[in-house]
Ligand binder design. Structure first.
Ligand code: ADP
Length: 350
């Protein structure tokens, strides 16, 4: 049996190591680590995990010195709680069990690590935090749906067609908001457990960007957002719903936190990668806040319109699941640019 296929069939994040670095990994491990498989393979374990307070590290089996290959096939090593270093300094609490076994690639002995993200009571308080933040965010569209539908039912014959239409449009919009929040919740757990499924197909990014801008304009009628994609911009293989979610988050954030005027969505092609940038001419993000905006629940401007602080964290996860990158640059008093890349031929090795 092809070993790499078997590894990828495992839903549990699994790393095969030579005791020093990762020699193979599956897609679930790449998702948890927030890295491409190519990038994950070859990572030093000391760099990937924050070393445990009480050594030895789980990838060091009995009798193995740090930096040396494992000596022999050993029993499963008891679960240890460690922190997995994700790109940009984020640290994910994880439980790791390990076992050494004879290598099937003539490398002597290898260690298999199974990694499980810790959540809820075992890890940080993220589970409860998600519930309370999202419940709060759900309340306002649901209150509005309840209010408008009650009005429509009790005063149906006294309302003009125009009034009914306005109320129904608001209900329609609020229902979309609820759906989005629920999808965000599902995405959080899928991203954290590495179970996000991409439904990739050919996507025209200029077309998608135009439709996102038109939708956001329903909410921000004063929106002025230019579109700048070079002629013949190539289609990419991606999950259109996920890319739409990312673009919507970036365009909405620019309208909400920066300024609905002076925005631009532009595209660029760079070899086998495309990049899409959403730029705004708002007040910019202070340098001290910039490194944190992709962190779960981070909101730099508490006084401004409500938000969960999850949008950018999820967007980054969705872009990375495609094998791309999402980053931000900002100049105070000038504005910000959020840029994401996507491989043209779809998620690599996922
Ligand atoms: P939220 O759900 O609060 O909008 P996000 O993760 O989308 O969460 O954004 C995190 C924080 O980053 C926001 O609360 C806001 O303070 C800041 N932010 C995001 N986009 C911009 C922007 N274009 N200009 C200024 N600040 C921004």
């Amino acid at each position: 049996m092809d070993r790499s296929v078997a590894l990828d069939d495992l839903a549990v994040a699994t790393l095969i190591t030579d005791g020093v670095q990762v020699v193979a990994a599956n897609a679930a491990a790449a998702a948890i680590a927030g890295r491409d498989l190519d990038e994950l393979e070859g990572q030093r374990l000391d760099d990937l995990f924050v070393p445990p307070d009480a050594p030895p590290a789980p990838w060091l089996v009995d009798g193995q010195e740090p930096g040396e290959p494992p000596p022999a096939t050993g029993p499963w090593i008891h679960e240890q709680h460690l922190r997995l270093r994700r790109p940009l300094g984020e640290e994910l609490p994880v439980a790791v069990v390990a076992r050494s076994r004879p290598s099937r690639s003539h490398r002597g002995v290898e260690t298999v690590l199974m990694v499980r993200p810790l959540g809820g009571a075992e890890g940080d308080a993220s589970g409860m935090e998600v519930v309370s933040t999202v419940s709060h965010e759900l309340r306002s569209p649901l209150t509005s749906v309840k209010g408008y539908t009650s009005l429509l039912l009790s005063r149906w014959s006294r309302l003009s067609d125009e009034q009914k239409k306005t109320m129904l449009e608001q209900v329609h919009h609020d229902a979309d908001r609820v759906t989005r929040l629920v999808n965000e919740l599902l995405d959080i757990s899928r991203l954290e457990t590495g179970h996000l499924q991409l439904r990739c197909q050919l996507v025209s990014l200029p077309g998608l960007a135009a439709s996102v801008v038109a939708k956001v304009a329903l909410e921000y009628p004063e929106l002025e957002c230019g579109l700048d994609f070079p002629d013949g911009f190539p289609s990419v293989v991606a999950d259109p719903d996920k890319v739409e979610q990312v673009l919507t988050n970036l365009v909405e954030n620019a309208a909400k936190y920066a300024s609905p005027t002076g925005m631009q969505v532009s595209g660029a092609v760079n070899g086998d990668t495309v990049a899409v940038a959403v730029s705004d001419s708002g007040a910019g993000i202070p340098p001290a806040d910039l490194p944190h905006i992709f962190t779960k629940f981070y909101r730099s401007d508490q006084g401004r319109p409500s938000g969960s602080g999850l949008g950018l964290w999820i967007s980054r996860g969705l872009v990375e699941a495609h094998g791309g990158r999402l980053s931000a640059d900002s100049v105070v008093d000038r504005g910000s640019v959020f840029r994401f890349t996507l491989p043209r031929d779809g998620a690599r090795r996922r």
